[in-house]
Design a protein around this ligand. Sequence first.
Ligand code: E4P
Length: 220
Amino acid sequence: MEIFLDTANIEEIRKGVDWGIVDGVTTNPTLVSKENAIFEERIKEICEVVQGPVSAEVVSTKYEGMVKEAEALAKLSEFVVVKIPLIPDGIKAIKTLSKKGIQTNATLVFSPLQALLAAKAGATYVSPFIGRMDDIGNTGMTIVGEIMEIFDNYGYNTKVIVASVRHPQHVLEAGLIGAHVVTMPFDVLEKMFKHPMTDIGLERFLQDWKKYQDYMANKK
Ligand code: E4P
């Protein structure tokens, strides 16, 4: 599984990359707006730190505007993946960008059929928003399995990014389904390390080692 961080916060990204387990980053206008940074500069900075796919989103809703923004974003770094919303103009833009060799991430995906359209247009990634579906009483993860099955049936290369992740259970479920990528907030990644039995076990090992060292010291 590839692990992406869903944040525009550079400290969080540095920490995750330093652990050696972060493959990429996804951002969106909401996440960038929290950072009080200049958008293009922050995307460049993230790309330098991650050295892997970094999604940056367009804000135009019309085909021409999306393609123009996408071309400018792609010039920032070879690692930029342009995030495009799943609307008809977005699908048309994905098709054009894929022909130009610009990587894309179809975002705001809430159904397997939307994902199918993105794959047909040549999207590099498709991002089903699991948590937001759970929020309205659906089981978001169901569509991840359906998307994987459809892509497998037709041999699409588009990778599935499980997005809008709220807790480690989402990561576990995505892993059991075999989703290619999970993008998660930093706190979810931190929680994945944690288990009380690990802390208890480590404390006991260290106490016993201390006892052993005291015993050996007294023996001399
Ligand atoms: C995905 O790429 C989005 O940035 C993100 O996962 C949205 O998540 P949210 O529902 O927590 O805003």
